[in-house]
Design a protein around this ligand. Structure first.
Ligand SMILES: N[C@@H](CCC(=O)N[C@@H](CS)C(=O)NCC(=O)O)C(=O)O
Length: 217
């Protein structure tokens, strides 16, 4: 097996936290950004992460994470109780459907380095805040998203939340994580987890470099 990712990738980092927490010693190849066109031969979406298994390629981070859980190595990052496991999956789904597409509009505006419509960015930020309100409804008020231990929900939420805390202020926008008390409480508690902390620390310098070129308004 081999995992392909990129430094600073919020989706690839989901798998990196999982590999570390489960003690899975799988080789990891870090690709440059933007990905080379030739990578489309490995991933038709030309996105990371990709998990190579017996010469075949699994795409989509959540599919990869669930596959790695299905291999059965302890500790499991899926809660035992079906209700908790459902809530873990719900949190991941809410993030992917209602948070990420809106925050992506903001990131693309920064990366494009072109003039952009600040009204559109502010409207995207309102949608991001709406999604965070939704996510907050289902978060536990303890260290982790669900229950007493790290789960795939934490692997999925923590890297993009870190990304938002770094990038939104670059646009002169509020940090949506820090400005939401429930989400900020969750983020601050979970970032000290011994498997989360090093992955977030590795992401930080890449995000600052990638998005640090400034913004033209
Ligand atoms: N839905 C995909 C999203 C993956 C994704 O957006 N990956 C980004 C990095 S976080 C990427 O590969 N970007 C490459 C590029 O834009 O060149 C997943 O869950 O794996």
């Amino acid at each position: 097996m081999k995992l392909y990712t990129m430094c600073g990738s919020r989706y690839g980092s989901r798998c990196l936290i999982q590999l570390s927490a489960k003690g899975l010693d799988i080789p990891v190849e870090f690709l440059p950004f933007p990905l080379p066109d030739s990578f489309a031969a490995i991933s038709p979406l030309n996105l990371v992460p990709v998990l190579e298994v017996d010469g075949k390629h699994l795409i989509e981070s959540q599919v990869i994470c669930e596959y790695l859980e299905d291999l059965g190595k302890r500790p499991s990052l899926r809660p035992e109780e079906p209700e908790d496991c459902a809530r873990m999956r719900l949190l991941i789904r809410l993030f992917e459907l209602y948070y990420d597409p809106h925050i992506l509009k903001i990131y693309h505006a920064i990366l494009a380095q072109e003039e952009f419509d600040m009204d559109e960015i502010i409207s995207a930020m309102d949608d991001v805040k709406g999604a965070l309100n939704l996510i907050a409804v289902y978060l536990d008020d303890k260290q982790y998203a669900v229950g007493e231990t790290l789960s795939l929900a934490d692997c999925a939420l923590m890297p993009p939340f870190l990304q938002a805390t770094i990038i939104c202020p670059m646009l002169g926008l509020d940090d949506p994580i820090a400005s939401h008390s429930t989400i900020a409480g969750y983020f601050d508690k979970t970032r000290s987890d011994p498997y989360v902390a090093p992955v977030l620390a590795d992401m930080e310098p890449y995000l600052k470099t990638l998005f640090g070129g400034g913004v033209t308004r």
